[in-house]
Design a protein around this ligand. Sequence first.
Ligand code: A3P
Length: 348
Amino acid sequence: MRLASGHVAVQLNGEELAEIQKDFEGFRKGLVRLTPGGWLLPAPYTKFADKIYNTKFRETDVVIMTYPKCGTTWTQEVVWTMRNNPNLDHPKARAPVNVRSPFIDSDMLMETGKGDQDQASPLEKMIQQVLPNADPNEGIALQLTANIPDPRTIKTHLPFSLMTPDLLDTAKVIYVARNPKDVVLSFLHHSRLIKAIGYIGSLEQYINYFVKDDLIYGPYWEHLREAWPRRDHPNMHFVFYEDMKADPMAELRKLNQFLGTDLTEEQLEKIAHYTSFGEMKKREEETVLPKEMELLFKQEVKKKDGGLCRKGEAGGWKGRLNDMQEAKIDIWTKKNTLNLGIKFKYSS
Ligand code: A3P
């Protein structure tokens, strides 16, 4: 199937699909691989791909783009708060973050769990409270994106090549990158937690999926390869998770300039505190994992290893990866960064 982006999407089948479905119980609707790029996505992506690609962005939009688990929700909360809630008194600030700041490609993920309607419906129901007439077949996250008032703060895990080519010339983009060793552990937890992904394999196998570019939204390095060369575009702001952790105020000041929000030091200090890991974890049940969404998560995983605000550390992988696992990621990193010139803190 040819997509508006020019990519060809091919359904995985046979042994390749069976192998993945054995470890990922949620991917019952299958997966597609796109050429060029090798992007791996849940099969329902093809239903929404052209709508996402043809989305009209506005000059006032800010798009937060990341490979999964790089601190997207954190950045959404920072940016949404700076733009909409600088005095921390907005009456809807505790609405779920993906309702205030739509996750434009999430319709395919909601569809992943279809077949057991009850898994997909909580997020749909949440959005339908805001948009009662949203038609799931048209993509409710897409309709939410189209209907929320300006200024919009939109989240995507898709890379540049799957978004409209004039994105950067129209809207501002904040790209967040994170050290692959922390990403793989965070994504492992996420893949075990979310029923619609339903990973039941080991850490060892998960690392193999990661370095073979067999996790959804990958290849990880290709995602970065598309973003990193654009880092000096005036509408692009490239952030490292590690830098946000090390000095949130310095990053908030840079964002203040990039977004043109003109906030005072005092306002930024308060926002840095409000969006710190501890504070966001306290609000997690309301803003990230509201009750309606409990059905989406495996409760035993949440109880044992936490929800989406898991550890919130830079370099937290240390002590959790054995020497072989570390070496595997290091070799893969070396191969992929030869001509890229990107360096992560806490990577060794
Ligand atoms: P860990 O699993 O390593 O703890 P995303 O939002 O892209 O899914 O990223 C999730 C990661 O960001 C998780 O990492 C989560 O704990 C971390 N995170 C969420 N809020 C954060 C915050 N306020 N400060 C630091 N890290 C945060």
